[in-house]
Ligand binder design. Structure first.
Ligand code: AKB
Length: 319
């Protein structure tokens, strides 16, 4: 029996994670936490309880945790990297003050907490190829600053108070259900929409820019798997490198053209996103996650592309 709160349940990760938790842990109560203006709809609303869960409202969060006897929080509230550069104070408020509220409630009520980190937690001085688990992390974006601080604060609460905090460093996540909205890696989602709709795609990231990417089912599996992992095997907690594929724009366009040869692309590089992308790893080494909790991805670029195109055609009603 588990009682889970997903904070940010209507976002790119949350909308799919909430449904997967409800499906795969049927004896659980999974509360879809949301902020006003981003209410759950359709099956997300109908398949279980939902509640306003603004990370900046500590009293409101504590009330939900008490009401539903929550034992696990997936804390997915965050502004992505490009938006966080435009709104750094809001990013800090959500990602840091919000996290502190969650960790304090977790400390008082014995709740386990998953708060994702990201490839964004690395910076220009980080080794870019085969980025080690434990290495230099000096990001220059506000998103990256909050991600490193998230890792440190989550580890602090584990070591000082014994709060069961765990985390992975997500690569760019590719999915067909909910659009990401404001990340540096969003191009790798948006190009599929353009390809399926038969529209020219304008790419904000320069050719030759490698970044780690992952298909959403693998990312969801990683989050759930880590929260179920045997704690005695975990030498790390916040946060684990996880990886499945690394590519640059031309490679993903070539892969999509194997199935949709008419894809047209032009480049209009966005300096803000490009600077962030250039500072991030090309490919992470995820051997610690493999050794400590048996992490292993399922999808590669080809199987992801087949699945994305099939599902987007259904979703958008085009052939
Ligand atoms: C972003 O691009 O901001 C995110 C991330 C890699 O954390 N998708």
């Amino acid at each position: 029996m588990k009682n889970i709160l997903v904070v940010g349940s209507t976002g790119q990760i949350g909308s799919e994670l909430t449904m997967k938790l409800r499906r795969e842990i049927p004896q659980s109560t999974v509360v879809a936490g949301y902020i006003p203006g981003a209410e759950p709809k359709g099956v997300l609303l109908e398949s279980g309880p939902s509640a306003i869960a603004d990370v900046r409202d500590a009293a409101g969060l504590a009330e939900i945790v008490t009401r539903y006897k929550i034992d696990t929080i997936y804390n997915l509230a965050a502004l992505l990297s490009a938006v966080a550069e435009r709104k750094p104070l809001l990013a800090w408020d959500i990602q840091m003050n919000g996290l502190l509220n969650i960790l304090e409630i977790a400390r008082e009520k014995g709740v386990a907490v998953f708060t994702p980190s990201s490839i964004g937690s690395f910076g220009p001085e980080t080794p870019h190829v085969g980025t080690p688990q434990d290495t230099i992390q000096r990001p220059r974006s506000m998103y990256g600053v909050t991600k490193v601080a998230t890792e440190l604060l989550s580890d602090y609460y584990f070591h000082k108070y014994g709060v069961d905090t765990r985390s992975v460093r997500f690569p760019g996540l590719i999915s067909y259900t909910t659009l990401p909205g404001g990340g540096t890696t969003d191009y790798a989602v948006e190009v599929y929409y353009s390809a399926v709709k038969g529209e020219e795609f304008t790419c904000p990231i320069a050719p030759g820019t490698y970044m780690d990417m992952m298909y959403m089912p693998d990312a969801l599996h990683a989050a759930m798997m880590l929260m179920e992992a045997d704690p005695s095997r975990l030498k790390h907690r916040n946060s684990f490198n996880i990886a499945s594929m690394s590519f640059e724009p031309e490679q993903i366009f070539a892969k999509i053209r194997e199935y949709i040869p008419s894809l047209q692309v032009r480049y209009e590089v966005d300096p803000v996103r490009q600077a962030i992308a250039t500072s991030w790893p090309d490919s992470m080494d995820d051997s610690c996650a493999r050794a400590e909790w048996d992490w292993k991805p399922t999808y590669d670029m080809d199987s992801m592309t087949v699945d994305m195109i099939k599902n987007l055609r259904l979703k958008l009603g085009v052939q």
